[in-house]
Design a protein around this ligand. Structure first.
Ligand code: AKG
Ligand code: FE2
Length: 316
């Protein structure tokens, strides 16, 4: 964890706060192309120490494949929303921080099928959804690559904490393949590198049959990409099943948990790191845990054929 105060010092932190506040007071819609363009340009006005940190992380996300910056400005936080699909269309300081950092990592974008394609999405517990394996639930959320089934899954998932859970027990969990690769046998690694796994798309993406055959480990065997959703990915052969069981045991041994506090921003490198969340108990009283999430794409052009009109929304 890096504290913004330590990284930036008081003067630079004030500069960042000013840039975020100015962006938050511009326009009236986070998703408007002009607001996104403003955020892209404003990123250049943020302190160099922050831009260097993000640029280093973008180039190589380190052994843990995640970065946590604490003590970032989030402005005044209204009551926690409690409805499904809740998003942040109105510019705020928190939305500005997410949009700024997204431009240090690439470009922000979202999926039409999820949270209506909004760039800044609320991650909040929703009454009646407690057992859902998604971010509206409050039971343990198993490890996953974000949008594992999707050809254009985000490269980075940003989660900015606006409010912790009442009991302070909810932990964001991450597991980076780099921490466990050496422990996996050669046979396990070889089996995980075969396209013998099927990850089903959630119903919101057309479900039924949509899914992709893929390898769990791809790319350079010495530093592979990892793609897995513990709930949605099925092994198609006995070898694949055995290898997946080995990997899941390694995940259980090596994951790290972090209890995000207000102003903490977690950036997960979705190419090499899985994330999940412990269970917690929501009260639905307006003071529940509240994270805001934005996806960043290192090369937005790659998904151009999914984004008619070159918007920030992937339509399929
Ligand atoms: O609630 C969390 O800490 C993580 C939720 C999650 O997986 C997500 O929003 O993508
Ligand atoms: Fe997630």
């Amino acid at each position: 964890m890096i504290t913004a105060e330590h990284l930036l010092g008081a003067d630079d932190l004030a500069v960042l706060d000013g840039v975020a506040r100015t962006l938050a007071s511009y326009g009236d819609r986070v998703d408007a192309p002009c607001w996104v363009a403003r955020a892209r340009r404003s990123w250049e006005d943020t302190p160099a120490a922050l831009r260097r940190e993000i640029s280093d992380f973008r180039r190589h996300s380190g052994p843990d494949g995640r970065l946590v910056l604490s003590g970032l400005p989030i402005g005044d936080v209204p009551p926690t929303p409690m409805v499904k699909g809740s998003v942040q269309h109105t510019p705020t300081v928190g939305a500005a921080v997410l949009a700024l950092v997204a431009h240090g990592l690439g470009d922000p974008a979202a999926f039409a099928a999820e949270k209506s394609g909004a760039l800044v999405q609320d991650v909040v517990p929703v009454p009646g959804e407690e057992k859902v394996q998604g971010n509206t639930g409050s039971v343990e959320l198993t490890f996953h690559t974000e949008n594992a089934f999707h050809q254009h899954r985000p490269d980075f998932v940003m989660l900015l904490c606006l409010r912790a859970d009442h009991d302070g027990v909810a932990e964001l969990r991450t597991f980076c393949i780099r921490t466990a690769l050496a422990e996996l046998s050669a046979a396990t690694r070889a089996a995980l590198a075969k396209p013998d796994f099927l990850t089903a798309a959630p119903p919101s993406f057309g479900g039924n049959g949509r899914g992709s055959l893929h390898a769990v480990l791809a790319g350079d065997p010495a530093d592979p990409d990892l793609c897995l959703d513990e709930v949605a990915t099925s092994p198609l052969t006995d070898q694949a099943a055995t290898a997946l069981a080995d990997l899941r045991a390694a995940i259980a041994r090596h994951y790290t948990g972090i209890r995000l506090r207000p102003g903490d921003l977690a950036v997960v490198d979705n190419r090499v790191t899985l994330h999940g969340r412990s269970e917690f108990v929501p009260r639905y009283d307006g003071a529940d845990r509240w994270l805001q999430r934005t996806f960043a794409f290192a090369d937005l052009r790659r998904s151009r054929d999914h984004r008619p009109g070159d918007t920030t929304v992937l339509e399929k």
